[in-house]
Design a protein. Structure first.
Lengths: 239, 287
């Protein structure tokens, strides 16, 4: 059963098409990787899925319900969680408060009911020791972890990760990949935009390639990476 | 001239200005909205209390309790149906709209209540005082100051210890990200303005008990509130109290030297603080 299905979703800013009749489905429990050159419309695709951008045409179904016209807040409550490419923590709040807000409002429950869960997520993402620190004072790796933790705190059925491994050292990246693999193993469906290919392919089952807002390939990572079109567009290799 | 008495009166007057300013500070802190109608809404609150007092024969304090939920509803509706529509990247539309509201409120009050000055009946409490030997303290100024401290304590509790407060802070930090966490920024804004209008009601109660008012006194209250908020550092609640106390002290000391200097002294103190600390005493970054 597909958890999310996009059908001919298009979005333009003036003459610039950031999404051009995008159609694909993701099965419940699957992990899908999205690759494509800078400016291919990857982050815009996430904005369309979360509801931060309204689609010009086409439809988005989440859990067999049409969410195309729903607000970001409504989609969050239905179970779409998201981490940002550039971490955007609530800087004047502590790490734990960041999680509390996401858990309480993201699940529509009281703070008391979600406090333990928030603490568990901090532990899973290696942030427990930093729980009472202001989010502004975190390092890059910690900020990326907080992005992940906060998205998890909304208890998503579908987790969207936007270049979460970018800018990290090899070791840091490895730690983060292990955490993401755990989350995936627990049954959360993941769509992950990433330039760090080896991190991506160690988790995802399928890859989707985006170029100028168009899906130019979707399938198993090995066959996608072997495709001449993908190699030319994405890797810049003449074939 | 008794300097200790002057200073005590000044500090207590600061409580009133802090009450004027807290609602303004709250709304600015959360949605960066400068409400130019704030002073007129205080005057509207005073008239509402007066109306309840004369219709139901209640004491002004009980009438203010009745007015609290009405003013919350007014603030909620104002934000939901008017101000939320103009909030955005551009800061000009909300300024123009609140300026318009200010004019509408003033003229509606003029039409409905005439230009006559009014006063809330304070009864015995208006003249009661505590004799502390070197200084006599009026009960009403003391109550005003106590209410200001109480309001700020409650607001701090709400801000830092409740889910609503965390939603306020998260939305203030980044409304787009907050909406991805399931927060509805517009509803948060409406609740914030509703709460600000409850503080306005408390400010209105003491304004009406301590001095006479008419439909035209709002803008001057707005100026005092502004000065207190800016001296304190935009969006810092304890800073707002400090700002109110500084304006109150300056006015009382100015008046003690020469009664004509009261208002001027407050404005001069404001300018002096800005010269030394352009971002206010407790700027937000260090909150």
């Amino acid at each position: 059963m597909s958890i999310i299905a996009l059908d001919s979703v298009s979005k333009s800013f003036g003459a610039l098409k950031v999404a051009d009749a995008i159609t694909f489905e993701v099965r419940a429990g699957e992990a899908l990787g999205i690759i494509g050159p800078n400016g291919a419309g990857k982050s815009s695709l996430f904005n369309l899925i979360t509801g931060n951008l309204a689609a010009d045409s086409g439809s988005i179904r989440f859990l067999d319900e049409d969410v195309t016209r729903q607000s970001a807040m409504q989609r969050c409550l239905k179970g779409i969680g998201r981490s940002f490419q550039i971490p955007q923590p609530f800087g004047k709040m502590t790490v734990f408060e960041n999680l509390l807000v996401a858990a309480a409002f993201g699940q529509g429950r009281s703070e008391r009911a979600v406090a333990m869960q928030a603490a568990e997520i901090l532990e899973r993402t290696g942030l427990l020791g930093r729980a009472n620190v202001l989010a502004d004072s975190l390092s890059l790796l910690e900020r990326k972890r907080l992005e992940l933790a906060r998205a998890l705190a909304t208890d998503p059925k579908l987790l969207l990760l936007d270049e979460i491994a970018g800018g990290l050292t090899e070791g840091e990246c490895g730690q983060l990949v292990r955490t993401i693999r755990d989350i995936h193993a627990n049954g959360t469906t993941i769509i992950w935009i990433e330039h760090v290919l080896h991190a991506l392919t160690s988790v995802v089952e399928r890859l989707l390639v985006l170029d100028f807002g168009k899906v130019i390939g979707i399938g198993e990572p090995a066959s996608i990476m072997a495709s001449p079109q993908v190699r030319e567009i994405y890797l810049g290799i003449e074939v | 001239m008794n300097w200790i008495d002057t200073i005590v009166q000044g500090v207590l007057l600061g409580g009133l200005y802090a009450l004027f300013a807290s609602g303004l500070s709250l709304v600015f802190g959360i949605m960066r909205l400068v409400n130019l109608a704030h002073g007129d809404l205080i005057v509207l609150g005073a008239y509402l209390i007066l109306l309840i007092v004369s219709l139901l024969g209640l004491s002004p304090f009980v009438a203010a309790m009745v007015a609290l939920p009405l003013m919350f509803a007014l603030g909620y509706g104002l934000q939901k149906f008017v101000l939320n529509r103009v909030l955005g990247e551009d800061i000009l539309p909300p300024l123009l709209v609140t300026f318009g509201i200010s004019i509408v409120v003033q003229n509606a009050l003029l039409q409905g209540a005439s230009a006559d000055t009014q006063r809330l009946p304070a009864g015995d409490i208006g003249v009661a005082s505590l004799n502390l030997g070197i200084v006599n303290i009026g009960v009403l100024p003391l109550l005003t100051f106590g209410s200001a401290v109480g309001v700020i304590l409650i607001l701090n509790h709400v801000f830092y210890r409740t889910a609503l407060g965390r939603a306020f802070r998260a939305t203030s930090d980044d409304a787009t990200t907050a909406s991805l966490m399931g927060i509805r920024p517009r509803a948060v804004f409406a609740q914030a303005t509703g709460i600000a209008m409850m503080i306005v009601t408390i400010a209105a109660l003491y304004l009406g008990l301590r001095a006479s008012f008419d439909p035209a006194v709002g803008p001057a209250r707005l100026i005092y509130a502004f000065e207190a908020v800016i001296i304190g550092g935009l969006g810092s609640l304890w800073g707002t109290l400090a700002g109110g106390v500084i304006i109150g002290l300056a006015q009382t000391i100015g008046a003690a030297i020469n009664p004509e200097w009261q208002i001027l002294a407050g404005h001069v103190a404001f300018l002096l603080v800005l010269l030394v600390k352009p971002r206010g005493l407790f700027p937000r970054a260090f909150d």
